[in-house]
Ligand binder design. Structure first.
Ligand code: HAM
Length: 436
């Protein structure tokens, strides 16, 4: 008989919104791994969890991130009720500083060290590694002394998280962009240089010459690279205070054996930074994602004041979790797959079904990850399912086994099976898992 051609499935009526990254179950274990690496680091380095709202006042970001930044001019999502308008937060630092001031944290023991997880929203052109809703985890140090030891510590926290996740080849790029004392001088030099080259750079750069000269160094366009390469370097024009701070930081990093690379043109896309700025890149990033930072941060000693507080220093960093997870996923050795189920439990018949949950509990208590398709009775189909999942050890529990207080342990690869008493089940499975 002639086979009918398979019907083409209609796409579902509703799809997720463009640029929204959704975590599917198969990827969830990697996310869990990332969350726990972050939590472990936070606990070890004494950062307390803080979660701010997702909706904020637009002015907060205009004031903190900068009126002229891409985030504020092009990328904010607005949320309206009948009477009010807010934005979905595009980043986490400004809300954390807002909360520091709102909840009187400047009266706590300084510095206050906080960390957070959560979605951020930026209306960017969606492409690999660039989403409109993305998850960040961030660490912030607020108040206290503006000592370079804190810069080194936050960079160390980030480095530890990456190492913990097996991302060994991460490169930390670092730069100093000066302070209120030296920045005007540095900007003057940049403006003077770029004015003589205005015809050779892109339209965006021409617009930045007077508005935001630091961003000239951030341009990735091919036609601007030659001019950029000849631009005056920031490091040469730092004031003595900023030079000393930067030198101290590098000494701490050397001492801590945190690898870094100086990048003279690293300026970051948010305006609140001063002195130290840094970004993390993974050498092992997948195709098309090599230039994307997996995280970034720096010092923001004027932000608390700019948002209405008494002058106090601050610094921090954030990772983009999709990018972090992406690297783990892309890695050839699949090192980030999380714990996979190694045992598949099958019940056959009503009597066995009733006792199934109890048996699964015994395995869970012993921390043995077990898969099961509870409620399905057909032995052959369940074995096929285990096989499809790549699980070798199958536990078969039927009526006979219920009465004998036993269970069948079968190896799908060798086909060998044996019946073991329930009280020896855990021991037997552990032995087999170890030998696998
Ligand atoms: P940011 O560099 O704008 O810094 O973002 C931090 C990280 O979030 C980036 O390095 C990247 O991994 C990820 N990210 C940013 N935009 C996207 C996107 N559209 N899609 C996917 N991932 C993205 C900040 O947000 C600062 N608040 C970091 C900070 C904390 N500075 C001091 N404290």
């Amino acid at each position: 008989m002639e086979e009918k051609p398979a019907k083409r499935q209609k796409p579902p009526t509703f799809q997720s919104v463009t640029g929204i990254y959704e975590i599917l179950p198969e990827e969830a274990p990697i996310w869990e791994k990332a969350y726990s690496a972050v939590k472990n680091a936070a606990q070890f380095y004494d950062f307390k969890r803080m979660e701010t709202g997702i909706i904020e006042n637009a002015d907060l970001f205009a004031r903190a991130v900068g009126e002229d930044t891409d985030i504020v001019t092009k990328q904010m999502f607005f949320v309206r009720s009948r009477t009010h308008q807010w934005v979905l937060r595009p980043e986490g630092t400004a809300p954390i500083v807002r909360a520091y001031l709102q909840y009187g944290m400047s009266a706590w023991l300084q510095p206050v060290k906080l960390y957070y997880f959560g979605p951020m929203f930026r209306h960017e052109k969606p492409q690999a590694g660039r989403y409109r809703q993305m998850q960040q985890t961030g660490f912030e140090v607020l108040g206290g002394e503006p000592d370079a030891i804190f810069d080194a510590q936050v960079m160390l926290v980030a480095f530890r998280i990456l190492r913990d996740l097996g991302i060994k080849e991460a490169v930390t790029e670092v730069n100093s962009i000066g302070c209120r004392v030296c920045q005007p001088n540095i900007k003057r030099k940049l403006v003077a240089y770029y004015r003589t080259k205005a015809s050779k750079v892109c339209a965006d750069c021409r617009a930045r010459i007077n508005r935001n000269p630091f961003r000239l160094l951030d341009c990735k366009r091919e036609e601007c690279q030659e001019v950029k390469a000849g631009a005056p370097t920031i490091l040469d024009s730092l004031c003595s205070g900023c030079k000393a701070h930067f030198r101290n930081l590098l000494e701490h990093l050397d001492e801590l054996k945190v690898p870094y690379r100086l990048n003279n043109s690293l300026v970051r896309g948010l305006d609140y930074y001063n002195r130290t700025v840094f970004e993390f890149f993974a050498a092992e990033a997948g195709e098309g994602k090599a230039g994307l930072a997996i995280g970034g941060g720096g010092r923001y000693d004027y932000l608390i004041e700019a948002l209405g507080g008494r002058p106090a220093p601050g610094l921090g960093f954030a990772f983009g979790l999709e990018r972090l997870v992406g690297i783990i996923k892309d890695r050839k050795n699949g090192g980030g797959r999380g714990r996979r189920q190694q045992v598949f439990f099958i019940h056959v018949g009503e009597v066995a079904k009733k006792k199934s949950l109890g048996i699964l509990e015994m395995l869970r208590k012993e921390n043995i990850p077990v898969a099961a398709s509870l409620g399905k009775d057909e032995l052959g189909r369940q074995i096929a399912l285990a096989d499809k999942e790549g699980i070798e050890i199958v536990l078969i529990f039927g009526q006979k086994e219920v009465y004998e207080d036993s269970i069948i342990v079968k190896n799908l690869k060798t086909g060998i099976q044996e019946t073991v008493p329930i009280r020896k089940m855990v021991e037997e499975i552990k032995r087999r898992i170890k030998n696998e």
